[in-house]
Ligand binder design. Structure first.
Ligand code: NDP
Ligand code: GUE
Length: 297
C-alpha cells in the first residue's frame, strides 16, 4: 500500500487564494492594503530565496510588501531601531525578521522589540504565552500550517497518539501545543530521547522537525500513520548536479510504503508556512482597523 501524498503546495495555493480575496475586501473597507514587512540581515543564500518568495506571495495576495535588506554587520541598536520604526508605521500590519540572524545579533532581544500585535511569526514571548494558556494570539506559521494539513486529512484528532520530533521554540514546542489543544496524546522527542524508533512506532501522527536529512526510517512508522515532514535539508550535489537535492527529515522513498499519508519535501509543509504568514498578516490588519476577523481561514 502506498501512502496518500499530502499536497501542501495545493492546499497552500487555495489558502493564499482565500487570503487574497479577503485582502481585497479589506482594502475596500480600510482604504489601504494589509502590509507585511520582512527584514533580512546579511546575505545567507537560502534566506534570500525565502524572502524573495515571501515578497512575491505577499503581492500576489493583494498585500503590500516592505522589504528591508541590511548588511551582515548591522548593529543590534540599528536593527532594533528599524523594528521600532516598523512598529510605529500604520502601513505595516506584520513584521517578520528572518532567522537565523548573523554574527552576535541577539535574536531574543530583536523579537522582543516587535509589537506583539504585529508578531505574525508568533515568536514573541507574548504570543508563545498566549498559545500556552489558550488565549487568542499569533501562532507560528509552520506548526499552524501542519495542524491545518492534519485536520484536513484526519478531521478530529482526539485521542490519537502524536509524536513530535524536535523541541524548538519555532516548530516543535508550538506544534506539540496545537496537537494537545486538538486533544491528541502528545509525546515530544528530542536528541536525548531513548530508543526514538520505538517511541515513533506508537504514533498515529508523526511530525518530524529535526533538521537531519532522511533520519526517520520506514521501520519506525506504524502502518497507516500520518507523517508530516517539516525538515528542509539541502544534500551535497551529486555527480553532475549543480545544487544538491532538497530532502526532509523523513526517508520518503521507504516511509511512503508504510504510512497512510505523508507530506513531500519540497511541496509539503514549506509552502504552507508562507500561506499561513499571509493569513496571520490579514488577521493582524483586521485587528489594526478594528474590523471583525476574516472567516473561513
Ligand atoms: N518547512 C518550513 O517551513 C520550515 C522548516 N524548518 C526545518 O525544520 C527543521 C527543524 O527546524 P528547527 O525546529 O528550527 O530546528 P532546531 O535545530 O532549532 O531544532 C531541532 C530539534 O531536533 C532535535 N534533534 C536533533 N538531533 C536529533 C536526533 N538525532 N534525534 C532526535 N531529535 C534530534 C533537537 O533536540 P535537542 O533540543 O535535544 O537539541 C532539537 O529539539 C529544519 O530542517 C528546518 O530547516 C524550520 C522552520 C520552517
Ligand atoms: N522569522 C522567520 N520566519 C520563518 O518562517 C522562517 C525563518 N525566519 N527562517 C527560515 C525558516 C524556513 N522557512 C521556510 C519557508 C518556506 C519554505 C518553502 O517554501 N519551501 C519550499 C521549497 C523551497 C526551495 O525550493 O528552496 C517547499 O518546501 O516546497 C521553506 C522554509 C521559514 N522560516
Amino acid at each position: 500500500m502506498s501512502a496518500q501524498i499530502i499536497d501542501g503546495k495545493a492546499f497552500a495555493a487555495s489558502l493564499r487564494e482565500r487570503v487574497g480575496a479577503h485582502a481585497a475586501t479589506f482594502a475596500e473597507k480600510a482604504g489601504r492594503k494589509p502590509g507585511l514587512a520582512v527584514v533580512l540581515v546579511g546575505e545567507d543564500p537560502a534566506s534570500q530565496v525565502y524572502v524573495g518568495a515571501k515578497g512575491k506571495a505577499t503581492l500576489a495576495a493583494n498585500m503590500e510588501s516592505f522589504e528591508h535588506r541590511l548588511p551582515a554587520d548591522t548593529s543590534q541598536d540599528d536593527l532594533i531601531a528599524l523594528v521600532e520604526q516598523l512598529n510605529a508605521d500604520p502601513a505595516v500590519d506584520g513584521i517578520l525578521v528572518q532567522l537565523p540572524l548573523p554574527g552576535d545579533l541577539d535574536e531574543q532581544a530583536v523579537i522582543a522589540a516587535i509589537d506583539p500585535g504585529k508578531d505574525v511569526d508568533g515568536f514573541h514571548v507574548e504570543s508563545a504565552g498566549r498559545l500556552m494558556v489558550g488565549r487568542e494570539g499569533f501562532v507560528p506559521c509552520t506548526p499552524l500550517g501542519c495542524i491545518m494539513l492534519l485536520q484536513d486529512r484526519l478531521g478530529d484528532l482526539s485521542g490519537l497518539n502524536a509524536v513530535v520530533i524536535g523541541r524548538s521554540n519555532i516548530v516543535g514546542k508550538p506544534m506539540a501545543q496545537l496537537l494537545l489543544d486538538a486533544n491528541a496524546t502528545v509525546t515530544i522527542a528530542h536528541s536525548r530521547t531513548k530508543d526514538l524508533p520505538e517511541v515513533v512506532r506508537r504514533a498515529d501522527i508523526v511530525v518530524a522537525a529535526v533538521g537531519r536529512a532522511e533520519m526517520v526510517k520506514a521501520d519506525w512508522i506504524k502502518p497507516g500513520a500520518t507523517v508530516i515532514d517539516v525538515g528542509i535539508n539541502r544534500l551535497a550535489p551529486a555527480e553532475g548536479e549543480k545544487r544538491g537535492r532538497l530532502v526532509g527529515d523523513v526517508e520518503f522513498a521507504g516511509v511512503k510504503d508504510v504510512a497512510g499519508a505523508i507530506t513531500p519535501v519540497p511541496g509539503g509543509v514549506g509552502p504552507m508556512t508562507i500561506a499561513v504568514l499571509l493569513r496571520n498578516t490579514l488577521v493582524a490588519a483586521h485587528a489594526h482597523e478594528g474590523l471583525e476577523p476574516p472567516e473561513g481561514l
